[in-house]
Design a protein around this ligand. Structure first.
Ligand SMILES: *Cc1c(COP(=O)(O)O)cnc(C)c1O
Length: 392
């Protein structure tokens, strides 16, 4: 099998699995209890918090562990909106956010009387800082713009947006789920008030995430119950998951730079190969301002689904659009917002690399892909039409 879908999820690293195992077996204490077994679990959670906080450049107390990235996004956006609803009801986001942000904003509009501005992006998927500036109103509570996009990989100018938000006294949240481990993420360099991460996108298990919240940020709780996580997120801690996420961060510290250099070379080999060997293919997203592991393309005149299924037949895992939307027939909201026509957006494929991919795997995919595209085009009425008109 060739796995090129690391933006959807990653395998748990063996070192992470090993670090977690004791907390699923003998060390099963509840961190809120008061005997030795429980204190050791508490200690493990505290130590994990310190490591991840150091990696992000924040204080341990500024980190809240959650059940996933989606929950952290919800906590940031709904939590801030509900806590400050008497001061304003306006939120700014971008049109290309992950559904965890986009649908949270929609829900605030639909059920809670908030107004949301969805900022447009350019052809490369970039939000313009000037447009954020123009969108801020006296009743704006929050700007939420993702650090890097999960479908096309474009990295947003978050530091600049953050500087603007500070000046205008508006809080800034960023969904950095795709960026963690691929590019430095220090909260003070980014000028953010809140930042979301999710373990399973960087070799920790599914079902654990975290929200960084700057000291002084007030959020309404989404879950009411016990006083866990400094009374900001009730529910017994996922001790093993939290320990695993910290171990995954430690691995990023020790091997991340080397991994990323290699992954960048493989990704560039993939991009160059695809564009050289396949006519009427185009790279989507920003040509340079993008995360190092992601290559996304539109193959004109055919459906991404067809390519995905053909590659699956060869045991190659890729994604068309985002994993969350691939069950529906709607084209990617990201590519549509970037100005791609529907029929072109339908031909999208995302390949996202990880630390185990090899040059041979990339070359194998580069051999497999051209005949697949050719075969699908030979059956495509759009392709036949374009040929007849002499367009291709
Ligand atoms: C995967 C992802 C999420 C959701 O994280 P989960 O842990 O799967 O809930 C949110 N935002 C982005 C950008 C993602 O890629």
């Amino acid at each position: 099998m060739i796995y090129l879908d690391h933006a959807a999820t990653t395998p748990v690293a063996p070192e992470v699995f090993e670090a977690m195992a004791p907390y699923l077996q003998g060390e099963y204490g509840n961190p809120s209890s008061f005997y030795g077994l429980a204190r050791r679990a508490r200690g493990a959670v505290d130590e994990a918090r310190e490591r991840i906080a150091a990696y992000l450049g924040c204080a341990p107390r500024e980190l809240v562990f959650t059940g996933c990235g989606t929950e952290a996004d919800n906590l940031a956006i709904k939590g801030l909106a509900f806590a400050h609803a008497d001061q304003g009801r306006h939120i700014i986001t971008s049109a290309i956010e992950h559904h965890a942000v986009l649908h949270t904003c929609r829900s605030l509009e639909k059920y809670h009387g908030f107004e949301v501005t969805y900022l447009p992006v350019d052809r490369d998927g970039l939000v313009a800082v000037e447009q954020v500036a123009e969108a801020i109103r006296p009743d704006t509570l929050l700007v939420t713009v993702m650090h890097s996009n999960n479908e096309v990989g474009t990295i947003q100018p978050i530091s600049e947006i953050g500087a603007l938000c500070m000046e205008r006294k508006v809080r800034l949240h960023t969904d950095a789920v795709q960026s963690l481990g691929k590019t430095p993420l220090k909260v003070d360099d980014l000028n953010v008030d809140m930042l979301t991460i999710a373990g399973h996108k960087f070799y920790a298990p599914k079902g654990v995430g975290a929200l960084y919240m700057r000291r002084g940020v007030k959020l309404a709780n989404l879950l009411d119950g016990g006083a866990q996580e400094f009374a900001r997120r009730a529910g017994t801690e996922n001790v093993a998951g939290i320990v695993g996420m910290a171990k995954a961060v430690e691995l990023l510290e020790t091997r991340g730079v080397e991994d990323n250099e290699r992954i960048t070379r493989l990704r560039d080999r993939l991009i160059t190969g695809v564009l050289e060997r396949i006519p009427q293919a185009q790279l989507t997203g920003h040509p340079t301002q993008r995360i190092c592991n992601l290559a996304s393309f539109c193959f004109h005149f055919i459906e991404g689904e067809g390519i995905l299924l053909s590659l699956d037949f060869e045991d190659v895992c890729v994604s068309s659009g985002s994993a969350c939307t691939s069950a529906s027939l709607d084209p990617s909201h990201v590519l549509i917002a970037m100005g791609y026509p529907h029929e072109v957006a339908h031909g999208s494929i995302r390949m996202s690399l990880g630390r185990h991919n090899t040059e041979q795997e990339i070359d194998q995919v580069l051999d497999l892909l051209p005949p697949i595209v050719e075969r699908l085009r030979s059956m495509s009425p759009l392709w036949a039409d374009a040929k007849r008109k002499g367009e291709v």
